[in-house]
Ligand binder design. Sequence first.
Ligand code: AMP
Ligand code: GLY
Length: 429
Amino acid sequence: MNILVIGSGGREHALAWKMKQSPIVDEIWSAPGNPGMHEIGPCFDVKIDDNDALEKLALQLDPDLIVIGPEQPLANGLADRLRARGYDVFGPNAGAAQIEASKGFSKDIMAKYKIPTAAYRRVTDLAAGKAFLDTLTPPYVLKADGLYAGKGVIIAETREEADAALAGMLSGSMGSAGAEVVIEEFMHGEEASVFALTDGENVVLLPAAQDHKRVGEGDTGKNTGGMGAYAPAPVVTDKLMKKVRDTIVIPTLKGMKAEGHTYQGVLYVGLMMTDTGPKVVEYNCRFGDPECQVLMAGLEGDIVPLILACSTGGMSASDFAQMAPQGGFQPTATVVLATKGYPDAYEKGSVIDGVSAANELADVMVFHAGTDVRDDGALVAVGGRVLNVTASAQNLDQAFDSAYSGVDAIKWPEGFCRRDIGWRVRQKS
Ligand code: AMP
Ligand code: GLY
């Protein structure tokens, strides 16, 4: 079979790389793809927000399966359009993608279906917002309702900061995304992400992963898309995983179906492991990036039958369960190499050497995110997050060591990474 992957990040490179290993896959095509994905199969220069051009490309290529990586095209209705054309698509329709695209929508689903999460209020005016803030204790959590490139959340330490942030958001500091603000109770605990692959009815959970969202070591500095990740995350024990399944994933999927938004694809459940059990921080309508890179690298078996089963739907519970990748999961870590300056302004065009040397190391795989190939053949950085140096091993300690050996093989003075990825689980030597 032939698969079209939509996207150009490390997440999509990892998906394409993993799916290409499947014995049932012939071609992997990517749109727009990146230099790493180009090594797997042809890339087509189509923008991910251009539904017309993507639909045209699909009709031209006629793939057997279309895998949509990022949230924007899903929120934009790309899956709806391609399904209407008769394609099997991995990724929810726009109605179901609201679970990520609208924080208010997702909080209302959680409230209605009694899914454990932080107390909240949706507000569009300052007085109502302040009245709800009066009922909370610091720190305060304020979220823009709409998609804001992963930067729509403000954690305010003091009431003054919270009031100022609320006033700013409501008066347009985050554009239309902040016209409505969700104010939440602050939850204490360790974060983890669980990924549920589903056809809307049945579900297979992949091992829990842990991301590192802050730019600086010791989890300091600004929030980013994620600076590194590992899986499995031991904070989510088998017992807690079962609880996540029973009290969060299943009720969420049932609720979505009852609301007329049957959810097909991968549901990303961002969790806070609190003293009173796992609670939802957020949902996303796609794989995490860079969590996807560790999941794809660590899975021993074939992922394609499960992705296909999620996309076609209609399988019995027992048939669906058999689609799960066989053979277990190898502990895996990924370290993000980013351009100096990220997540603020950064220069583009610096030359990166040593990616092949890193790839030659045992167990290391480098996924491309923000790279391009110059006319003279040099690999250059063109994004904030640029490479994901990923390694699988017998245990997490070795996986981190191998990933950092890969990082050290890469020569890129204009880049940086966090040196403490996995600090919660690494043995201090
Ligand atoms: P979100 O985009 O909703 O995942 O929020 C970004 C980050 O803000 C999360 O990864 C958490 O670290 C933090 N956060 C969001 N909501 C809460 C909350 N209610 N309590 C504590 N931390 C939160
Ligand atoms: N790594 C966090 C995310 O993909 O949202």
